[in-house]
Design a protein around this ligand. Structure first.
Ligand code: PDD
Length: 287
């Protein structure tokens, strides 16, 4: 089956799905994006993801390329045309194409909109979650607007490559004071020796993950306490459990940090419970 990608109003076969050579996303990373989980053919937490997209666009002074109803149709049509039952849908909006100039193009320049969907095997995801992943800690070289979900992902790509070179799957960025900011493409969590669940509070240094927000709803519903504060690399290595959250991983156990086993080196019990209960707290959209 040929994959189909939505580009600026058209659903195109994979090989023809292209944007202009002078797109500002390509030249300046002047673009924002979202990744939403698809489960059983339905979008998970669509409202929150689209809310964050609107905020990212507003923070960068980019116009909304289409109203919410149109977004909703594009997402569903892209999922449908690619026959995705379980996987993800990715959408990206750039400030558009214009002759290269750091200054913004004239208002009225058409934003570039891309939407693609991809299947991910739920069985493989479950197998990965049974084993857990390793993470590598790396100094955080990013700018101070990591709260905006931009495609400026070179630091994340480099960090993940460095992690892979050491047999790890994810990188955890560390700020100048030795505290973890977040994962290269996920939020970071630990359960300390006393059983406290800890994740960094959100500010401009990290992304307010939608999975993180929905997991906090679940914690409230279950009466589980959360401590929102920064934690150090040393605390993480001494933790009883650790995990990451993202739309592509939901709750993924971390069993090694810089090669050092966490807890008994197997996924933690609380982590596994939160993973299994997550979708009960999420918004599962109509198809
Ligand atoms: N990344 N922090 C960063 C830097 C991220 O890139 C992501 C998501 C998250 C988690 O956010 P959410 O729970 O809304 O997925 C945190 C996506 C999945 C990606 O780039 O593929």
């Amino acid at each position: 089956m040929t994959r189909i990608i939505y580009v600026n109003g058209r659903y195109l076969p994979y090989a023809q799905a292209a944007v202009h050579a002078e797109d500002r996303g390509f030249q300046f990373a002047d673009a924002v994006y979202e990744v939403c989980e698809v489960k059983g053919g339905r979008l998970v937490d669509e409202t929150r993801h689209m809310g964050r997209l609107a905020r990212s666009l507003a923070e960068l002074g980019m116009p909304q390329p289409m109203p919410p109803g149109a977004w909703s149709r594009v997402l569903r049509e892209t999922i449908r045309r690619n026959r995705v039952t379980d996987g993800l849908v990715y959408l990206q909006v750039s400030r558009g194409a214009a002759p290269r100039n750091f200054l913004f193009p004239p208002s009225g320049t058409r934003p570039t909109v891309v939407c693609l969907a991809r299947s991910v095997s739920p069985v493989e995801q479950e197998v990965a979650a049974k084993v857990g992943i390793g993470v590598k800690t790396i100094p955080d070289p990013r700018w101070d607007r990591c709260d905006i979900k931009t495609v400026m992902l070179l630091p994340a790509a480099l960090a993940k490559e460095a992690a892979r070179a050491e047999g790890a799957t994810e990188a955890w960025f560390v700020d100048g004071n030795g505290y973890i900011t977040e994962g290269a493409s996920s939020n970071a969590w630990i359960v300390d020796g006393e059983g406290h669940l800890i994740t960094r509070s959100t500010d401009n240094r990290l992304l307010r993950g939608i999975t993180r927000t929905t997991l906090i709803d679940l914690l409230r519903r279950e009466g589980l306490e959360l401590v929102e504060r920064a934690f150090t690399v040393a605390e993480a290595k001494a933790a009883r459990e650790a995990f990451v959250t993202s739309a592509t991983n939901i709750v993924m156990p971390v069993v090694k940090i810089d090669g050092q086993p966490i807890g008994n080196g197997a996924p933690g019990l609380l982590t596994e419970r939160l993973r299994s209960e997550f979708h009960g707290a999420a918004e599962i959209a109509a198809p």
